[in-house]
Ligand binder design. Sequence first.
Ligand code: ADP
Ligand code: MG
Length: 696
Amino acid sequence: MQKFFNPESVVMIGAPRNTGPGTYNGIETMLRYGYSGRLYPINPKADDICGLKAYPTVADVPEVADLALISVGRDHVIRSLEQCIQAGIRHVIIISQGFSDADGHGRELQDRIVRLSRASGVLVVGPNTMGVLNNFRSFSTGFIDLAIPAKVPPVSLIAQTGLIQVASQNFAYGTWGKAIDIGNACDVDFVDLLEYFGSDPETRIIVLHMEGVLRGRAFLEIASRITLNKPIIVLKTGRSRAGAKAALSHTGSLVGEDEVNDTAFHRAGIIRVRNNLEMVVAIRSLLRFGELAGPKLGVITATGAAGIMAIDAAEDFGLDIADLPPGLADKLKHGKPDWIHAGNPLDIWPLGMIGRTYRKIYHLALSELLKSDDVDAVLSIIPDFRSPLHPDTEVFDAVRDARKEAGNSKPLAMWVYMSNAATEERFEDVEGVACFASVDQAVQGLSYSRRYHKIRQRMIPSQRCFSYDRHLIADLLHKGREEKALLGEDALRFLDIFGIPIARGVVARTWEEIEKAAMSLDYPLVLKVSGRDFLHKSDWGGVATNIPDLKRLRQTFLSMTDHVRLHHPQARIEGYQLQEQAVGKELLLGLKRDPNFGFIIACGWGGIYTEVFKDISREIVPIGKREAENMLTSLKIYPILKGIRGETGVDLESMLEALERLSFLAMEIPDLVELDINPLMAGATGCKAVDARILW
Ligand code: ADP
Ligand code: MG
């Protein structure tokens, strides 16, 4: 990969003869950007381009270049690639467009590129790309003339567009260290580049722009490893496309593409941002602060109003306002009128203006907050008046000195209102200081660093193994695979074999069979119609609960049968399910296999309104008890499950075990597509599945 970013020699196939305004000549932009290696323009119709000797073909170049750039019409790309391969070049960037980004013919051409790349082992970036940017070596393959940055941060970008490397000031910390546009990603992809940046000493933070992910499982593995050492930030676009497709199961419709991505990013410790502004904030915070060890903020503000904004923002972003370190209030108020208040947020305006001690008060407060063990980060909200009438509010020296006195690099997030870039740069020369554009962004920035701390602390899930009777499962498994589904009693028995508790029940075809079955079960009972035609049985009037005795069972049987026959004459009743009634809260447990990331396990609010409330949490299989716990505690209904207002809660241990067992089931039966338990009746002394559907 290194050769893509730091080539000693480059051939450019399809270098235009014309240079200057409006020509988008890649040779010209590369030279202007400062490339200092050997550069060979290939153009049979030119003698020289930008003062460099031009060659008719790659074969005429006097050396085997480290890197080839191909920028010719799409129908000439294959031939150019073949010539590169023949010349022994191992790294190729195909800038040309019109492949899988365009039409059917483009897709065919791209397939041929892939075959050539695989057969020869030549690495191909693109097609349809701006290529790479390496600011540590003044190297840019893009045909846009970019300003040369003064400072280069160790932040690298992998994107599916050129936009983000070009518009770095809108997305990054000024600019990128390295950036690559993988374009259509026919060969070199996210996984390859994560591997490279993961061990690249010039990269401390990795940023991804992603439209779609391929090789999901490999992506998860490598990303999980990297995030223990370097933060990964992702901007995943195309969220709305993930809208709920018609699905056969509740889990299917509740776990759309975007939820799957979210779950996968979470598992891998990847921080997701929603837009370029959040990206800027996240990069800045992770770069300047790294991790934030605890949630407690000390706030120093030159205005009470912004202090209130800080409290709001802390709540929004999950951080706390610390207690003022003991003794500090007294020190600050010393010699001031009684009515002056010193708390956190600490409003320094009244404290500082009485007696004209603004700078001293700011310095003292900042230094003490940075030193205090009760404060994990400081938020400083100050003005930059830049007026000869207000020299006393200039606190740069105080920041620098307080940092020195504290002797640590505890995060100091600043919102310097009315400031300009020069002021901010000056503050950011001090270690552990970052300037943001608002109170909210400052607190949000800190929250990303807090997240990263938790990401680094996270544990690897440990899936428990359970024993089950492989002999018993064989017939059901066969039936499921043949018929592509197990429903009703079959599905419940399948779960039972894996140790997931179910309501006792029987299938029967006639009244006589029902009557006989009822003798082996305890009232109250539940009667349901069964058959492949009944997707949601209650929609058809096919579920009756609370049946107290045999007489009512008979009546229910007759009326249910009549009702279904009358209203839905086309639906075939294959039989009846007779079940013991379970009590508890109705929950949903499910599995869904994602083509990229494998199984997702879900749990949440169940019953017939589950799609309305959408209170669902998700994890990637496998999970251990800790992940199961997180799944339950992150639900909105968790307080209800725990017990609220004198109501007894549900047996959480049995829920956790059911989740662990379900995850185990997914590992054992990898060819399932979807599994739905809805509802799982969760009661005070255990839980029971009463309805399930398993799809192959
Ligand atoms: P479907 O989802 O096909 O309509 P279910 O078997 O899930 O059918 O039943 C619908 C509803 O009936 C459940 O959400 C639950 O409220 C109730 N129910 C079904 N079976 C039982 C049972 N054994 N114990 C208690 N309630 C039940
Ligand atoms: Mg159901």
